[in-house]
Design a protein around this ligand. Structure first.
Ligand code: HEC
Ligand code: HEC
Ligand code: HEC
Ligand code: HEC
Length: 515
C-alpha cells in the first residue's frame, strides 16, 4: 500500500470514530471546541496531506480564522508554521465541502468530500427570519441578519414602491393611481420575478403574479438563495435574468452553503471565489426588459475606471464595517478579523452617505462683461458605474440659484435650464438633469419602461468624465446656491402615488461672488 493510501485510510477510520466538526456559521449549530491537548512536539512546522479519492493538489489549507495559509503540492502535501495555541487546520477546494481537523491530530490528514453532482429542486429554503428555535439564518448570524433586513434585497418582493407600480395602487393602497404594469402589460407581469422573487415556486398561473409570493419566497433576495448559488449560467448577461442565469446547488440530503470563506469546516459549507466577483451580481443587476435597457449597472461597471483598478461590486458595496468580529456569537462562532467580514447592508453606512462621498460639486465664479459667470463642475469619480445607476427612473438634479445681496432670486441670462420632466416646482430653473429618460410612443416623457421607446436619452454622470457647465447671471449676483438632489422616481409619479420619500439632498452649498 502506498503511503498516501495508508494516510487516507487512517483518516477514514478517524472520520468513522467521529472527529469533532466545527460549527460557527450557518443555520445548524454544532459548536466546536478546538482540541486543547496539543502534543509535545519541538518542530516549528506542521506537515500534512489533503486527499479525496486521490491526493488533492492546489487545495488551500489554513490555520482556521487566521491569515496563515498555504496550498497543497502535487502529492497533496502541505507545510504550515506550527500554531502556538490549540488550533484547527482547514482545507478547501472548489467542488468539495470544506474539511477541518485539530492541528495536533496525527496523522495530520484531511479528506475532502465532493459536492453532489445534481441540483435537487425539492430542497426547502432555510428561512432568513429568526424565530421558533428552528435552525435558520436569523437565529445564527444576527448581525448579518440585521444588515440584510435593512437592505433593499429583503424587500425586493414586497417593497411598496414596487407593488404600487406593479398593480397601479398608491401608498395608501387605493387602486388606479397612475402608472400600472398590470393595466398596461398584463402578459409581461411574470418577468419581474426572475430577479425580485428568485425563489417563487413554479406553481402554474400563480407564478406570474409576484403578489402571490408567500413564506420564504416573499423574503425576496434572501440568504439561502444567495448562498446556494454555485455558478453563473451560459446565458447572455442582460438577456437571461436573475434565477435563469444563476446555477444553484441544493443537496438531496443535509445542507450546503457556498461562501467566500475557505475555513468554515462544519461539513456543510463550500468555498467559492465567485462570491467576491462582480459576475456574481451581474444576472440581476443587468437586464433588458421588454427591449428596454432598464438595468445596466454591470456593463457600466465593466467600462469603469473602478474595474480597471481591480474593484468588484463587493469591494464597495460589501466593504467590511469593521464592527462585526464574530459571525455567530454564542452559537459556535469564532473571533475573526473584522476586516475579513462583509457588510450585507450593501451600502457603506447608507445610500445617501455613499452617494455624497462619490460625487463632488465645485464652482468658480468670475465677473465677466457685465455678468457673473459660474463655471460648475460635477464629478462622479467615487462610483463604480454611471451615476445614478440601478433602476432606470433614478435621477440626479443640479439646481443653481443666483441671489443678490438681499437674498432675492435673480434670473438666468444664459445657460442650461431644467426641462418640464422634473416637475413644475423646478422646471425652467437653471440646472441639469442626470438621467436615463424614456419616452412613450406618443412622445410623452417620462414614460414607464414597460411602454417606452427602447432608446432612452442618457445624460447620467460617468466616473472619470467631469461634467462642466457655464451659467451667466446678472452683475448684481452676490452668491450662488448649488444643490444636487437625488430622486428615486419621477416626481410626477411620486405625486400620483402619494410617496412621501422620493427626494434627498446630496449637496447643498453656497458660493460667494468675490467683490
Ligand atoms: C437574485 C438577484 C440579485 C442578486 C444575485 C443581487 N442582487 Fe442586488 N438587488 C436585487 C434586486 C431585485 C434589488 C432591488 C430590490 C428593490 O428595491 O425592490 C437589488 C438591490 C440592490 C442594491 C440596493 C439598491 C437600492 O436602491 O437600495 C444594491 C446596492 C445591490 N442590490 C447590490 C448588489 C450586489 C453588489 C450584488 C452582488 C454581490 C447583488 N446586489 C446581487 C437583486 C439581486
Ligand atoms: C445578494 C446575495 C446575498 C444575500 C441576500 C446574502 N448574502 Fe451573505 N454573502 C454574499 C456575498 C456575495 C458574500 C461575500 C462578500 C465578500 O466577501 O465580499 C457573502 C458573505 C457571507 C458570509 C461570510 C462572512 C462575511 O460576512 O463575509 C456569511 C456568514 C453570510 N454571507 C451570511 C449571510 C446571511 C446570514 C444572510 C441573510 C441574513 C446573507 N448572507 C444574505 C451574498 C449574499
Ligand atoms: C468604486 C465603488 C463602487 C463599485 C465598484 C460599484 N459601486 Fe455601486 N455604488 C457606488 C456608490 C458610491 C453608489 C451610491 C451612488 C448612488 O446611489 O447612485 C452606488 C450605488 C449603487 C446602486 C444603487 C443605485 C440607486 O440609485 O438605486 C446599485 C444598485 C449598485 N450601486 C450596484 C452595483 C453593482 C451591481 C456593482 C458591480 C457591477 C457596483 N454597484 C459597483 C459605488 C460602487
Ligand atoms: C434583471 C433583473 C430584474 C428584472 C427582470 C426586474 N428587476 Fe426591478 N430591480 C432589479 C434591481 C437589481 C433593482 C435595484 C436597482 C436599484 O435599486 O437602483 C430593481 C429595482 C426595481 C424598482 C425600484 C424599487 C424601489 O423601491 O426603489 C422597481 C419599481 C422595479 N425594480 C420594478 C420592476 C418591475 C415592475 C419588473 C418587471 C416588469 C422588474 N423590476 C424586473 C432587477 C430586476
Amino acid at each position: 500500500m502506498s503511503r498516501t493510501h495508508a494516510v487516507a485510510l487512517g483518516l477514514v477510520v478517524a472520520a468513522l470514530v467521529g472527529l469533532p466538526l466545527a460549527a460557527w456559521l450557518f443555520p445548524v449549530h454544532r459548536p466546536e471546541t478546538p482540541s486543547s491537548t496539543a502534543r509535545k512536539d519541538n518542530s516549528t512546522e506542521l506537515t500534512g496531506t489533503v486527499v479525496s479519492e486521490e491526493p488533492l493538489t492546489g487545495t488551500s489549507v489554513r490555520i482556521k480564522g487566521t491569515p496563515v495559509a498555504t496550498q497543497t503540492d502535487s502529492a497533496g502535501h502541505f507545510h504550515l508554521p506550527r500554531p502556538s495555541a490549540a488550533s484547527r487546520i482547514t482545507a478547501a477546494k472548489e467542488g468539495y465541502f470544506i474539511a477541518g481537523t485539530a492541528a495536533d491530530a496525527r496523522p495530520l490528514s484531511l479528506t475532502l468530500t465532493r459536492l453532489p453532482d445534481i441540483d435537487n429542486e425539492m430542497n426547502k429554503w432555510v428561512d432568513p427570519v429568526a424565530g421558533g428555535g428552528l435552525p435558520n439564518w436569523g437565529n445564527c448570524t444576527q448581525e448579518i441578519y440585521a444588515e440584510w433586513s435593512a437592505s433593499a434585497h429583503a424587500r425586493s418582493a414586497t417593497g411598496k414602491h414596487l407593488i404600487n407600480l406593479y398593480d397601479g395602487s398608491d401608498w395608501d393602497g387605493k387602486p388606479n393611481a397612475g402608472w400600472s404594469l398590470l393595466r398596461d402589460h398584463p402578459n409581461g407581469a411574470g418577468v419581474c420575478n426572475a430577479c425580485h422573487v428568485p425563489t417563487m415556486p413554479f406553481d402554474g398561473e400563480a407564478y406570474f403574479d409576484l403578489r402571490n409570493a408567500k413564506g420564504v419566497a416573499a423574503q425576496g433576495v434572501h440568504c439561502d438563495y444567495c448562498h446556494k448559488v454555485q455558478g453563473v449560467g451560459d446565458g447572455k448577461v442582460g438577456q437571461s435574468h436573475g434565477r435563469f442565469n444563476l446555477r444553484l446547488l441544493r443537496p438531496a440530503h443535509g445542507q450546503l452553503f457556498f461562501g467566500p470563506l475557505d475555513d468554515v469546516d462544519r461539513g456543510e459549507d463550500a468555498f467559492s471565489p465567485l462570491y467576491r466577483e462582480s459576475r456574481y451580481c451581474a444576472s440581476c443587476h443587468e437586464g433588458t426588459v421588454f427591449g428596454v435597457p432598464v438595468y445596466t449597472t454591470y456593463s457600466e461597471w465593466q467600462a469603469s475606471p473602478a474595474r480597471r483598478a481591480g474593484k468588484q461590486c463587493q469591494t464597495c458595496h460589501m466593504a467590511p464595517t469593521g464592527r462585526m468580529t464574530n459571525l455567530a456569537p454564542n452559537r459556535g462562532g469564532i473571533e475573526r478579523d473584522p476586516k475579513t467580514l462583509a457588510n450585507h447592508r450593501f451600502f457603506a453606512k447608507s445610500q445617501e452617505e455613499m452617494l455624497r462621498e462619490a460625487v463632488s460639486l465645485s464652482a468658480v465664479l468670475r465677473r465677466d462683461q457685465g455678468a457673473v459667470r459660474a463655471e460648475v463642475e460635477v464629478r462622479a469619480d467615487g462610483a463604480g458605474h454611471r451615476l445614478p445607476t440601478g433602476f432606470i427612473d433614478r435621477h440626479l438634479l443640479l439646481v443653481v440659484d443666483a441671489l443678490d445681496a438681499d437674498g432675492k432670486s435673480l434670473p438666468l441670462k444664459k445657460g442650461p435650464v431644467l426641462s418640464s420632466v422634473v416637475g413644475p416646482a423646478l422646471a425652467g430653473r437653471p440646472g441639469k438633469l442626470y438621467a436615463k429618460l424614456l419616452t412613450d410612443f406618443d412622445g410623452h416623457s417620462p414614460a414607464p419602461f414597460w411602454r417606452a421607446d427602447p432608446e432612452p436619452t442618457d445624460t447620467r454622470l460617468t466616473p472619470g468624465q467631469p461634467d462642466r457647465l457655464t451659467f451667466d447671471f446678472p452683475e448684481r449676483t452676490a452668491r450662488l446656491g448649488l444643490r444636487l438632489l437625488y430622486r428615486r422616481f419621477w416626481q410626477q409619479v411620486a405625486d400620483e402615488k402619494h410617496w412621501p420619500d422620493n427626494e434627498s439632498v446630496v449637496v447643498d452649498r453656497v458660493v460667494r461672488v468675490e467683490r
